[in-house]
Design a protein around this ligand. Structure first.
Ligand code: CP3
Length: 342
């Protein structure tokens, strides 16, 4: 199907655009009253994420309400552990919790490589519904967590500031760590390929915990697995977003991905020099959206000025925070559209 608005895909491929495309990570979610209403109806986050019709509905909401240039499928990176046989719970006000964790060879042995159709069919069904209902209005983004970030949750069992249980395993049992990372990678490649077949026009890999590793550990435990993913996906463009991995920008820029995501700690000019041949995405501090409209517009103007309008996808440097007023998100999006006209 032909897309009416393919700015995101043209920017990802490095083609000329008449203005910069814009979307925000976590655009579907608690910032929107319309999302909270559907979540209420579903009863729980997991019920919402596993009911394709409802997941599709909240995926499309920000396209209608915020005017973003892409939809991102409503799901979570933790569906991969679930699909491998390690279920999670979403605890209100606390975040994800895994009743069982993976710490021994026997734990690892009990996991399977996820079969996208059998284990994650609900996400593929949601993608198909969204694709149909979007009817070519904007591209649809699929996603998965990077293997190292998924490893963090599967071993630690919950969110953490330090992920010291996960990092302990890297030091004390690198062989186990690599085996688990490989099993996650195999599951993730199959899952991302299935998302492309189901209708995803671009795939983003979230390495949300990249920043807790040393450069040397990042090179050993994260980058090689992201590389396997990039090398395996030929169907659609891939974005790699490694939060906090300012030290690995050059190496990430050498992967066979189309787009590199930046967080707000990464200097824009320096990033362009380190990653000269790829489209960049990002990177406004989500806290900038707590300012008034005038302040938000000034920040956007600076950001677009620094990135330039080409080979650029405007976004925040991480997901939008849940207490951000939707009007401020809309102000951010409108300001990008205004300041990036060529
Ligand atoms: O709009 C979108 O971006 C699509 C939806 C999306 C969700 N999670 C929905 C969600 C995406 C892309 C994710 C990715 C995700 N999930 C990441 C990577 C991106 C990042 O933020 O670094 C991570 C680390 C997770 C794991 C996760 N899921 C945590 C730590 C939490 C709890 C804290 C939080 O940020 O909300 C979740 C829950 C979650 N995932 C919610 C949503 C809308 C909130 C649940 C609710 O509505 O009650």
């Amino acid at each position: 199907m032909n897309l009416q608005n393919d700015l995101l895909l043209r920017a990802a491929r490095g083609e000329r655009v008449e203005r910069t495309p814009v979307w925000t990570m976590r655009q579907a979610g608690r910032i929107l009253a319309e999302y909270r209403a559907v979540r209420e109806q579903a009863g729980s986050f997991i019920k919402l994420a596993t009911t394709p019709e409802l997941a599709a509905e909240v995926t499309i909401q920000p396209v209608d309400i915020l005017g973003v240039d892409a939809a991102i499928i409503f799901s979570d990176i933790l569906v991969i552990p679930e699909g491998m046989g390690l279920p999670y719970k979403m605890v209100e006000q606390r975040g994800p919790v895994f009743p069982r964790t993976v710490r021994t060879a026997a734990d690892l042995e009990s996991l399977r490589i996820a079969d996208p159709e059998a284990d994650l069919g609900y996400v593929l069904d949601a993608l198909k519904i969204v694709k149909k209902e979007l009817n070519g209005r904007v591209p649809l983004i699929g996603f998965a967590g990077a293997p190292f970030t998924i490893f963090c949750y599967m071993t630690e069992g919950k969110g953490s500031k330090t992920f010291s249980v996960a990092k302990k395993l890297l030091y004390t049992d690198p062989e186990f760590s690599h085996s688990l990372l490989q099993k996650i990678t195999d599951s993730t490649i199959a899952y991302l390929k299935a998302q492309a077949v189901a209708g995803a026009d671009l795939l983003q890999v979230f390495d949300s915990w990249a920043g807790i590793l040393s450069p040397e550990q990042y090179r050993e435990f994260s980058l090689p697995y992201i590389k396997q993913i990039c090398d395996a996906i030929h169907e659609v463009p891939v974005t790699v977003f490694a939060k906090g991995a300012f030290f690995a920008r050059k190496e990430i820029g050498e992967l066979s991905c189309s787009v590199v995501g930046l967080d707000w700690n990464m200097d824009i000019q320096e990033s362009r020099e380190l990653i000269p041949n790829k489209t960049l995405q990002g990177n406004l501090d989500p806290c900038a959206l707590y300012g008034n409209f005038e302040q938000i517009r000034a920040e956007v103007k600076k950001m677009v000025g620094a990135f330039g309008t080409q080979r650029y996808i405007a976004n925040l440097g991480h997901g939008v925070y849940p207490d951000t007023p939707p009007d401020n998100v809309r102000c951010f999006i409108d300001a990008v559209k205004e300041y990036s006209q060529v």
